[in-house]
Design a protein around this ligand. Structure first.
Ligand SMILES: Nc1nc2c(ncn2[C@@H]2O[C@H](COP(=O)(O)OP(=O)(O)OP(=O)(O)O)[C@@H](O)[C@H]2O)c(=O)[nH]1
Length: 283
């Protein structure tokens, strides 16, 4: 191999290697933008610094050995540099794709478990959570309560102010209720204007207190909707049920909460009826 060709080849391998490393840095930048702050973020930042150091090393190498490659074996180091850079690019590229795939899967999972209007969980996800909580209550003898919340005379809001205002009220109510719950409580939209709260580690007494707190919070609230000029008052009724006795299944828990909600509506609305044995379960 001629000397000029040897020099051209060895220097090109290192220079192209530098370009490939710069390409990897761009990929690392995209990964950093995709990840929230945290351990992975710090790890990828370190990776970016290391790649930058590699670039400096490659530049120093070309600078020192620009005309010093005289035999075929001198191609080994530039070759290792080149394939090393390819390896870094491939690793970062595959990591980026994996990260984007994971983000997409998380988004799909979130979409499939949340209600698009209010952002709280949907009924499907609620049923899954409830099943898990019942299993825990059975196994570890934990308390468990359900709160079935229904907006009072909500049809009137839709009829008087329109469906869009009704939607806004539903969204605001979800946010208000969520503010009152603990992080491990689960709130789901159970139906049109019905919400269900799963309260783990919560017995009948505290569930009743929680439901009363929610009822009062909504009663005191002024809903400003539309152009904010529209001030709406609204109340909710809540049926509460608690795990224990004959109520040990998903169906019986929901049915008891539903029966209690029915009683609350019957007693004039804006009311909480908690699980009490004096009300027989009506199937
Ligand atoms: N805006 C809006 N309205 C909804 C939605 N889902 C259900 N609704 C309305 O909720 C209303 C429920 O009416 P009803 O079942 O008669 O209950 P209510 O008027 O709240 O009366 P009570 O429950 O007996 O106090 C209906 O007008 C539905 O159209 C929704 O996603 N958006």
């Amino acid at each position: 191999m001629g000397l000029n060709l040897l020099l051209l080849l060895s220097n090109s391998l290192v220079l192209v290697g530098i370009l490939i490393l710069l390409g990897s840095l761009l990929t690392v930048r995209r990964i950093l933008r995709s990840f929230p702050e945290g351990r992975s973020h710090k790890g990828w930042f370190t990776m970016g610094c290391l790649i930058s150091l590699f670039v400096l090393g490659y530049l120093a190498y070309v600078n020192i050995f620009w005309e010093k490659h005289t035999q075929a074996t001198d191609l080994i180091v530039p070759g290792v540099f080149f394939f090393g850079a390819c390896f870094v690019l491939l690793s970062t590229f595959l990591s980026l794709n994996t990260a984007l795939d994971i983000i997409r899967i998380c988004e799909l999972e979130k979409e499939s478990s949340t209600d698009p209007l209010t952002g709280v969980y949907n009924r499907r996800h609620m049923e899954k959570c409830l099943q898990e909580e019942i299993a825990k209550a059975q196994r570890y003898k934990f308390d468990l309560s359900l709160l079935l919340i229904d907006l009072d005379n909500f049809k009137l809001i839709n009829d008087q102010h329109g469906h869009q205002v009704g939607d806004q009220v539903l969204t605001d109510i979800s946010a208000l209720v969520l503010q009152e719950l603990r992080s491990f409580d689960v709130m789901a939209r159970y139906g049109g204007e019905e919400f269900l709260v799963i309260a783990p580690n919560t017995g009948p007494g505290y569930a009743h207190i929680l439901a009363e707190r929610l009822r009062k919070r909504i009663e005191m609230h002024h809903f400003f909707v539309g152009s904010k000029a529209l001030k709406i008052k609204l109340t909710i009724s809540i049926g509460v049920s608690s795990y224990g006795g004959s109520i040990t299944t998903q169906e019986s828990l929901v049915l008891r909460a539903d029966n209690n909600l029915y009683l609350a509506k019957g007693q004039g609305r804006n009311k909480v009826i908690a699980d009490q044995s004096k009300y027989p379960l009506q199937v």
